[in-house]
Design a protein. Structure first.
Length: 320
């Protein structure tokens, strides 16, 4: 009996249930996999995870995202005073932060925003502002290095200056996306307020506004992740807007953020153990979780691409 247990531990794939599961996964094709069975997608993900050390890359990305956070805040809140709806945008962004992050991390981040925005800036063309734009792209640049798959067919290489230029472009687009999402939320509130006045009721608006905000927030997260997946990796063939990696990463990011916020707010004892630095730890953990999710979604898209190339190669060999 003992020998049999040891055998199955070393040869787990010979267990009857596992064999049946493998056979089943070779027949199942999920939406977004482009005709590739689940088994080959998972196998590629496991192999790449072992080789590329995803957790190490996620740690590196999280640290770079954290360092890029402060110049990104300077960039964003130097732009806001040039808009007519600055106060509403400030409130909208703050509410979004509270919705997705734990309370301690939200207070910490908004405290940083208050300290940074308390310093008067010279304007959009100041040297300090341009430096903020440059340094805020460092997190995206580190992420692009984490997305390097030049050893896989279908991926090319970029020079350092190409990477820097692309990272700047992605950073600016993502920050403008934050402003756009805040503006859309404000417009939505105005529209629903107008409907309330028109119908002379105040019962329908809160529910519709809450639903609208969540749908918009999820869509904005999807758009941001898709922009990253399309332009950050050096793929020879660009991804389509609707792809399985972006869909999976969006769902995972929203759900894990909500669960993480709920857990920290209700069960976490970071402040009791670490004091005020607990908020910093919570923020870093949140960044690490989302960096890992970004990598997972990217690896999922890469798995689909690599397996498609493998199948096409087999078909070409058969034709010859």
């Amino acid at each position: 009996m003992k020998n049999r247990i040891i055998y199955y531990i070393n040869h787990w794939y010979d267990i009857p249930v596992v064999k049946q599961l493998i056979l089943w996964s070779k027949k199942v094709i999920l939406p977004g996999f482009k005709g590739i069975p689940l088994f080959y997608i998972v196998r590629f993900l496991v192999e790449e995870t072992k080789q590329d050390r995803m957790m190490t890359r996620a740690n590196s990305m999280a640290f770079s995202f954290f360092l890029s956070l402060f110049p990104a805040i300077i960039f964003l809140f130097t732009l806001l005073p040039h808009l007519d709806i600055t106060h509403q945008l400030d409130t909208s962004i703050a509410n979004s932060i509270y919705r997705l992050l734990p309370r301690t991390a939200s207070d910490y981040l908004l405290g940083i925003i208050h300290d940074i925005t308390g310093i008067k800036r010279q304007g959009l063309l100041s040297f300090g502002f341009l430096l903020a734009v440059y340094f805020s792209s460092q997190g995206v640049l580190t992420m692009m290095i984490g997305f390097d798959k030049s050893h896989i067919r279908g991926f090319g290489t970029r020079t350092y200056f190409e990477k820097r230029f692309v990272s700047l472009g992605i950073t600016i687009v993502l920050l403008l996306l934050v402003i756009s999402s805040g503006t859309l939320i404000i417009l939505g509130d105005l529209i629903f307020g107008f409907i309330d006045n028109l119908l002379e009721t105040n019962k329908i608006s809160p529910l519709l506004v809450s639903f609208f905000r969540w749908i918009l927030a999820i869509f904005i997260v999807y758009v941001a992740i898709t922009i990253i997946y399309i332009y950050a990796p050096s793929m020879n063939e660009k991804l389509k807007f609707w792809n399985i990696g972006s869909f999976t990463a969006t769902i995972m990011s929203v759900l894990t953020s909500l669960f993480f916020a709920f857990f920290v707010n209700n069960f976490g004892r970071y402040n009791e153990i670490y004091g005020s630095i607990g908020a910093l730890i919570v923020l870093m953990l949140w960044l690490k979780i989302n960096a890992f999710i970004l990598l997972f979604g990217f690896e999922l898209n890469t798995s689909v691409l690599a397996n498609r190339i493998r199948i096409m190669d087999k078909q070409m060999i058969k034709q010859e």
